[in-house]
Design a protein around this ligand. Structure first.
Ligand SMILES: [Zn+2]
Length: 126
């Protein structure tokens, strides 16, 4: 297995893990168990580092989400990236939150904004 393919798999698995989880190893072909495990360990380690950095860069917007029981959690993608329960719609799902500019976005509900939009929504539904 060449380095380029290994790097591509790492990016692909890392990006898809949010929705599908990390893949499990099945049978050995060109991809050996050793290389597979090395890639998965690197992804997990990057998630861990991003999670720690996100906690360190936590903003008052995250506190606001916690206070309103939207359960913000670092996504592990980068130091600004969090997920939280989406308060729009009835189905239980997550929305993306960024502490870079304290914004949220839900691809499912097609809603986005900041704390002001959530305050308006939460006041209406209370
Ligand atoms: Zn939503």
């Amino acid at each position: 297995m060449n380095f380029h393919l290994s790097g591509s798999l790492k990016i692909y698995w890392g990006e898809n893990s949010f929705h599908f989880g990390l893949p499990a190893f099945k049978t050995e072909g060109e991809l050996t168990a050793k290389i597979f495990n090395e890639i998965i360990d690197e992804i997990k380690n990057e998630f861990k580092v991003a999670t720690i950095k996100a906690e360190e860069n936590k903003t008052s917007f995250i506190d606001f989400l916690k206070e309103n029981e939207l359960h913000p959690t670092p996504s592990g993608r980068n130091k600004y990236s969090w997920v939280a329960r989406c308060p729009y719609g009835r189905r239980n799902h997550f929305m993306m939150v960024s502490t870079k500019e304290n914004t949220f976005g839900c691809g499912y509900c097609k809603k986005q904004g900041g704390q002001k939009e959530l305050e308006q929504l939460l006041n209406i539904t209370l």
